[in-house]
Design a binder for this molecule. Structure first.
Ligand code: C2E
Ligand code: CA
Ligand code: CA
Length: 532
């Protein structure tokens, strides 16, 4: 028996190996004792090694846990403190108010809770425009510090929005002190700021609401303090304490605003209706492509705008959309298109049972309209006004719109999808983005640009681009809609690449709504073959 046989294959430290070799060579120790000693020693060494490994793994784990805790704490800090002032933010205010109110409501001695909203006035915005960002940040920081200085006991300061601070005070009896503190806050905020080259004064307005007189819930207290603040701003008074009459005025104002918006909306729609019209081009899904004509059915339509200019006659969209885009007029026109398409969907919905309820209408959204902050609320209004389901509406957005501001686009497309609306990328293949990049966006389909159709059957380069796009799309689970098909041969070629949805003059041009609906009636009665 050799030493190796006794210690096995494991690598032992050189020292241990030397020691065991010596034991092995000793002649004064009986063989069986030597053997047991050596194998036990080797085993002990292995266990020690394992223990070392485990404890260093444990150390690693400890380090990882500590790092994660640090990250969580940082995140938590950012979630509850304002970055610029280090003051507690609205989340903390929300929690604190909740517990202050609970305490006050269960305490035997009456307790007043006073909420002050302190908003910097326009002079801060003006200063910000001409100052370096670090200086305007310093003003905000300093404002927080000054307010902190004059807080009495039992009160807390919050930094809730960039130019807004909130103070909550708990008193046994607030009495006259409410106004005293409002004056103190104003004095502190409006004291001059001395900067390296100038001195600057910033003003503020204050709105106040007290528990229990002006509200017993946190929502009502904050809302009423906010209403009081609006009053201060409107009347240019330093501070205002809430009075119930103020709410009546606010409700009236909201109602008035709503009816003005509604009237304007109706009027705008009526105006645009007078000169613009939507035409609809069918979108076909092919089910078989072996006969003399393809077999398929209409699955939806794309809404395409037409302008009947009072003196120029019919103006093509390619001519006026870029102008409308540049002037911003595309926003009301695009909104009108959303409303009008939703109305058509509603009229199809009424014909329930004829298969129309599954059809979708796809509306083009221009880059400017996509950037518009009211896009989402406009879509919501269009759908709820016509009372149609979101999944009957689709939106077409171009690649370049998305690439303008990918982060914002990601947010918007997610919101649109959450509403239940599918998004297609229009004119695909003309832009610069790759399909794998676009996969980050939750899109349903791409519309293969119609320029590819021109030489699809003759140009090798076009063929290989189209083939690559179709392969990639299939791999990513994105549907391809082919635009601009004019010949059956194109469809046969694309069918072999896996394309099933088509749009183009081969199946039909865009036609006015009534004609389209009438054709739908015909199509739904025929054996669903088109294009012959
Ligand atoms: P688009 O979104 O790519 O719309 C498809 C265009 O291809 C339409 O032109 C359609 O008539 C045309 N087309 C369809 N099938 C064929 C075909 O087989 N062969 C050929 N050669 N052309 C075909 P249209 O209606 O002139 O619209 C042009 C562009 O104007 C649209 O391109 C779209 O970008 C824009 N547009 C149209 N309506 C609206 C709208 O309501 N809002 C916005 N933002 N843009 C719109
Ligand atoms: Ca389109
Ligand atoms: Ca297109």
């Amino acid at each position: 028996m050799s030493l190796r046989d006794l210690i096995g294959d494991d690598d032992l430290p050189a020292g241990t190996l030397r020691e065991l070799r010596e034991v092995f060579r000793r002649r004064d120790v009986p063989d069986d004792i030597k053997r047991r000693y050596i194998s036990l020693r080797a085993r002990q060494q292995q266990l020690e090694q394992q223990l070392d490994d485990t404890s260093s793994a444990l150390d690693d784990l400890h380090e990882q846990i500590k790092a994660r805790k640090r990250r969580e704490q940082n995140l938590e800090k950012r979630l509850i403190y304002n970055e610029k002032t280090g003051l507690a933010n609205h989340t903390v205010l929300d929690n604190d108010l909740h517990s202050f109110l609970n305490e006050a409501n269960s305490s035997p001695a009456p307790r007043d809770i006073v909420v002050y909203i302190i908003a910097l006035d326009q002079s801060f915005e003006d200063a910000k425009r001409s100052l370096e960002p670090s200086l305007s940040d310093w003003i905000i920081y300093e404002t927080g510090e000054r307010l902190k200085e004059c807080l009495p006991a039992n009160s807390r300061l919050y930094h809730t929005r960039e130019t807004e601070f909130v103070v909550v005070m708990v008193h046994n009896h607030s009495g006259d002190v409410v106004e005293y503190y409002a004056d103190r806050f104003y004095e502190e905020v409006s004291r001059r700021f001395t900067l390296p080259k100038y001195t600057i004064s910033i003003g503020c307005y204050i709105g106040i609401a007290c528990h229990p007189d002006h509200g017993s819930s946190k929502r009502s207290l904050l809302r009423n303090a906010d209403i009081a603040l609006s009053n201060s701003i409107r009347l240019r008074r330093v501070s205002t304490t809430y009075r119930p009459e103020m709410s009546v005025a606010v409700i009236e104002k909201i109602e008035l605003q709503n009816s003005i918006i509604k009237a304007l909306e109706e009027q705008t729609i009526a105006e645009i209706n007078r000169q613009f019209e939507l035409h609809y081009q069918p979108l076909i899904e092919i089910e078989s492509c072996s006969g003399t004509v393809p077999q398929g059915r209409v699955v939806g339509a794309e809404a395409l705008i037409r302008w009947h200019h009072p003196s120029h006659g019919l103006v093509a969209p390619d001519r006026f959309i870029p102008v409308a885009e540049e002037s911003g007029l595309i926003v009301p026109i695009g909104t009108w298109a959303l409303y009008t398409a939703s109305d058509l969907l509603a009229s199809w919905g009424v014909r329930n049972g004829k298969g129309f309820e599954h059809l979708f209408v796809s509306v083009n959204v221009s880059p400017r309209q996509f950037r518009d902050e009211y896009l989402l609320s406009n879509i919501e209004r269009a759908l709820s006004r016509a009372q149609v389901a979101a999944d009957n509406l689709r939106l077409e957005i171009t690649e370049s719109s998305i690439m303008d501001d990918p982060e914002d686009s990601l947010y918007k497309i997610h919101r649109i999808r959450e509403m239940g609306i599918e998004v297609s990328i229009d004119d695909f293949g003309t832009g610069y983005s790759s399909l794998s990049y676009l996969k980050r966006f939750p899109i349903r389909s791409i519309k293969l640009d119609r320029t590819f159709m021109r030489d699809l059957l003759t140009d090798k380069a076009t063929m290989s681009i189209v083939k690559a796009i179709c392969n990639m799309a299939a791999g990513l689970g994105i549907e391809v809609i082919v635009e601009g098909v004019e010949q059956y041969e194109q469809i046969q070629y694309l069918w072999d690449l896996g394309c099933r949805r088509y749009q183009g003059f081969y199946f039909g041009r865009a036609v006015p709504e009534d004609l389209f609906s009438a054709e739908l009636d015909d199509w739904s009665m025929e054996d669903s073959s088109h294009g012959a």
